[in-house]
Write a new protein. Structure first.
Length: 138
């Protein structure tokens, strides 16, 4: 099973980071690596990848921490009701653009101590199964 971070890591390891210039290039690289992704996921890889590369080039922090941040940002979650698969980075953007009541499906007073991701019962972590050509729960 593969993750979107595997795609970014492969791009980074191959020193072919110009693949981060367009969603189409990322999609093609992912397909060659056996992962089917959409344009939104490719754009998430680009955003997270460019941030990671910028941090690496500027010596901004510890390498392993930066790698883990990139990995966390590209962890994929499937919404149980809609079936949509998006990265944590994308889901966080959705969360920040809606109210807590809509995000958690509960009255706002019940959500005040909730973590935006860990307490959302509608999202499950998934990886891409290359053999089955689908996203599967971890």
């Amino acid at each position: 099973m593969k993750t979107l971070f595997d795609v970014l890591d492969g791009i980074s390891d191959s020193d072919y980071t110009q693949n981060l210039a367009s969603a189409e290039a990322v999609i093609n690289y992912a397909q060659a690596a056996g992962v089917e992704i959409n344009t939104d996921q490719a754009n998430s890889i680009i955003r997270v990848g460019k941030h990671w590369l910028e941090q690496r080039e500027n010596g901004n922090g510890e390498w392993s921490r930066m790698r883990e941040e990139a990995k966390a940002g590209l962890t994929c979650y499937m919404h149980l009701e809609s079936g949509d698969v998006a990265t944590a980075e994308m889901w966080k953007d959705d969360f920040q653009n809606m109210d807590a009541e809509s995000w958690f499906g509960l009255p706002v007073e019940d959500c005040k101590d909730f973590h935006w991701l860990n307490d959302n019962i509608h999202l499950i972590e998934v990886k891409f199964d290359s053999d089955e050509q689908e996203w599967v729960e971890i």
